[in-house]
Design a protein around this ligand. Structure first.
Ligand SMILES: [Zn+2]
Length: 475
C-alpha cells in the first residue's frame, strides 16, 4: 500500500519536496483509517452516551472504564485519578515523555441530568441511532462526541505510528457541569503542573456549532456569577405592621435600584466591539452585503452579538412570605450576572454590597455575630470566570487549525466569543496556556436540551479535524 502512494504521488507531483510527500501520504492514511473504521467509532460514541454520568452526582468513573476498555492493548498511556465514590479524572497520552511540544485536548465526561425522561422522544441513555444520520441522548453533543473524537484521534496517531516529535495529551475530566474545580482545575494543579507537563496549545471540545452560522472557533468567553440575595427582616402579625420589618419590601427596594449597579463597579471595555464581532462573523459569509442582510433579519443574531459586548444582569427567581397575615422576615432572589473578560466575580460582589449599603441596608455575613433587626446577606452559588485569548491573530497554529476546519467541513469558519464559560478559563486565566480555543462537534443550541442529538457527519468530521491538526502540530 505505502509503496503505491509513494510512486503515484511522485509521478503526479514530481516537484513536491520529500516532506510534503510524507505529509500528503500521512494525511491520506489518516483519512483512509477514519473511513475504514467509522462504524467502530460510532459504536464507541454510542457506548459513551449509554454510560450514565449525570452530574450531580457525576459517576464519571463509569465513563473512564469504557474509555480504558476501548484503548486496551494499544500501548497507550492511561492514568486514572479516582475520587469520591464513583468519580474520576483521566489523563491519556501518546508517548511516555513530555520533552518536546505538547498539544492538550480537554473533554468532560460528566453530563447534565436529563430532567423528565418522559419528555424525551428516545430515552436519554438509549443513544438511539436515527437513519444513520443522528444519535440521540444526553451528552451526545455536550460533550461525549468530542470526548470520543479526541480519544479516537490519539488512538489513530498511535496505530499509524506516524513520526511525531511532540506529544498528544487527552485530559478527560469530571465535574465540568458543576464548575470544574474537581475536574480541569484539579488536573491542572495536581497532574499537569506537578508532573511539569507544559502545553503549547489547548483545545476544549465544547460544541461550537452556532447554527445557522457555520462552525465557529471560540477564542474567549463571558463568565457568569449566580448569586442569592437574602433580605432578613422582622416577623410580626400584619394587623400591627409597624411592629415588623417586611423582607419583601426590602427586596423590592434593592430591585428598584439594581439598574444603578453599574455606578458601583469599574467600567470595562469589551474585548471586541460590536463592529469587530460583526466583522469576525461576516468573514464566514460570501460577502459583507449578504451578511448584513441576514443580520438585519435575525434578532437572535443581533442580540447574541450585542450580549458579547456588555456586562448583563437578570433577576430570575424570587421567593418570600409564608402566610397572608404574617409580615415576612425572609425574602430571597437569585440573580444571574454575565461578566466580560477582565471582570471578576469579586468586583461584582463588592459593587453589589456597596449598592445595598448605599440604599440604606446593612450587608452582613450570616456567620457574623452582630445583633441587628434587619440586614441583607449574599451567597455565591455558582461562578465561572470570563477569559479571552485576545492576541489570537498572531498565532500560526490557529490559522492552521482554521484551514483544517474549513477544508474538512467544506465551509468557511470564523472566530467568535462564547456567551457562557467553559473549562477554558482555567487554562487561560492561570497563565498555564493562553492559547486555548474551544471547538467541538455539536450545536450550542442542543446543549442541556431535551432530545439532545449529534449529527454523525459532524462527529466524524471532528475526528478528522482533531487528528489532522494533532499530526500537523506535532510532526
Ligand atoms: Zn460541556
Amino acid at each position: 500500500m505505502t509503496k503505491y502512494y509513494k510512486s503515484s504521488i511522485h509521478s503526479f507531483y514530481p516537484d513536491i519536496q520529500k516532506t510534503s510527500i510524507t505529509k500528503i501520504m500521512s494525511e491520506d492514511l489518516i483519512r483512509k483509517e477514519i473511513e475504514t473504521n467509522k462504524n467502530e467509532y460510532i459504536e464507541f460514541l454510542r457506548r459513551l452516551i449509554q454510560t450514565e454520568s449525570y452530574n450531580p452526582p457525576g459517576n464519571e468513573k463509569n465513563v473512564a472504564i469504557v474509555i480504558e476498555d476501548y484503548l486496551k492493548n494499544q500501548n497507550i498511556n492511561f492514568e486514572v485519578f479516582p475520587f469520591e465514590e464513583n468519580r474520576a479524572n483521566v489523563l491519556i497520552y501518546l508517548k511516555s515523555k513530555f520533552n518536546d511540544k505538547n498539544l492538550l485536548y480537554n473533554a468532560h465526561m460528566d453530563v447534565v441530568p436529563p430532567g423528565n425522561e418522559e419528555d424525551w422522544k428516545y430515552p436519554p441513555l438509549s443513544a438511539y441511532l436515527k437513519r444513520k444520520k443522528l444519535i440521540f441522548g444526553r451528552g451526545s453533543s455536550d460533550m461525549k462526541a468530542a470526548l470520543a473524537a479526541m480519544v479516537i484521534s490519539l488512538k489513530i496517531l498511535k496505530k499509524l505510528n506516524l513520526k511525531l516529535s511532540g506529544n498528544l495529551i487527552v485530559n478527560a475530566v469530571a465535574d465540568e457541569e458543576t464548575g470544574g474545580k474537581l475536574g480541569t482545575k484539579w488536573c491542572l494543579e495536581n497532574v499537569l503542573k506537578t508532573k511539569n507537563i507544559k502545553s503549547n496549545f489547548i483545545i476544549v471540545g465544547e460544541p461550537s456549532g452556532l447554527a445557522p452560522l457555520p462552525k465557529a472557533i471560540i477564542i474567549g468567553e463571558k463568565g457568569h456569577l449566580l448569586l442569592k440575595i437574602i433580605t432578613h427582616g422582622k416577623s410580626a402579625h400584619s394587623m400591627v405592621p409597624d411592629m415588623g420589618i417586611n423582607a419583601i419590601y426590602m427586596m423590592s427596594k434593592i430591585i428598584e435600584n439594581l439598574s444603578s449597579l453599574d455606578n458601583f463597579i469599574p467600567n470595562i471595555e469589551p474585548p471586541f466591539s460590536l463592529i469587530e464581532l460583526k466583522n469576525l462573523v461576516s468573514s464566514a459569509f460570501p460577502s459583507n452585503e449578504i451578511f448584513e442582510k441576514i443580520f438585519d433579519e435575525q434578532p437572535l443574531l443581533q442580540n447574541f452579538l450585542a450580549s458579547l459586548t456588555k456586562f448583563t444582569k437578570s433577576l430570575n427567581v424570587i421567593n418570600g412570605g409564608i402566610k397572608g397575615n404574617i409580615i415576612p422576615d425572609h425574602c430571597e432572589a437569585i440573580m444571574d450576572f454575565r461578566l466580560l473578560p477582565g471582570q471578576s466575580s469579586k468586583i461584582i460582589l463588592e459593587g453589589l454590597k456597596k449598592l445595598i449599603t448605599h440604599i440604606g441596608f446593612k450587608v452582613k455575613e450570616l456567620s457574623e455575630d452582630i445583633d441587628i433587626d434587619s440586614f441583607v446577606s449574599i451567597e455565591v452559588y455558582e461562578e465561572g470566570a470570563a477569559s479571552v485569548w485576545k492576541d489570537y491573530e498572531n498565532s500560526d497554529e490557529i490559522k492552521e487549525f482554521k484551514k483544517i476546519v474549513e477544508d474538512i467541513y467544506g465551509k468557511k469558519s470564523f472566530f467568535a466569543l462564547a456567551p457562557g464559560s467553559t473549562d477554558s478559563h482555567y487554562y487561560r486565566n492561570s497563565g498555564y496556556c493562553l492559547k486555548t480555543i474551544h471547538f467541538g462537534p455539536g450545536k450550542a443550541a442542543d446543549m442541556h436540551a431535551i432530545n439532545e442529538s449529534i449529527e454523525i457527519e459532524d462527529f466524524l468530521n471532528s475526528i478528522l479535524v482533531y487528528t489532522l491538526f494533532a499530526y500537523q502540530f506535532l510532526k
